[in-house]
Write a protein that binds this ligand. Structure first.
Ligand code: SME
Length: 155
């Protein structure tokens, strides 16, 4: 069952994060744990960076096919989750006008913001090649993982 798989993945992530304080090392292995536990299509992070006095999401550690490098605030599902500071679940990405198609294979998506001191510092983005892959169980555990990440790797 999905929640059992998440509990196992969460345990691995907790152990990893106890021993690893480097941001890139931590995020890389968290992406690998989630991606390989669930066989998602794309699993990874976009991180908020300041470029030319403007904040933008830049692709970070991920597993899966090549993805777009940068996403502006409010653009795509990732940019919308950043702007609204909330998790977004999309059952069918083809029906969302604002969706940024990095891969034709992606059918559904969940994006969870990483929030540190009330500021979005990045997003966790997961894509599936199945429609309606994500529900409140994914949201609950991925939000828990996102909180763990900002608590341990951003402080
Ligand atoms: N689909 C995302 C872009 C990132 S890729 O899926 C990896 C979006 O609409 O924001």
């Amino acid at each position: 069952m999905k929640s059992e798989q998440y509990k196992e993945a969460l345990g691995q992530i907790e152990t990893l994060i106890e021993e690893e304080t480097d941001l890139i090392a931590g995020l890389s292995n968290i992406a690998a744990i989630l991606h390989n536990s669930f066989k998602f299509w794309w699993t990874g992070f976009y991180l908020v960076k300041s470029e030319n006095e403007r904040d933008v999401l830049v692709v970070g550690p991920f597993q899966g096919p090549v993805a777009c490098n940068r996403i502006q605030n409010g653009k795509g599902i990732c940019g919308t989750a950043w702007k609204t500071k909330g998790t977004i679940i999309v059952d069918n990405v083809h029906e969302v006008e604002n969706h940024i198609a990095c891969s034709e294979e992606s059918k559904s998506e969940i994006v969870v913001p990483l929030i540190s001191d009330n500021v979005v510092v990045g997003v966790l983005d997961v894509d599936s090649e199945r429609f309606s892959c994500f529900n409140e169980v994914d949201q609950q555990y991925l939000e828990q993982i996102s909180q763990l990440i900002t608590k341990k790797l951003w402080s």
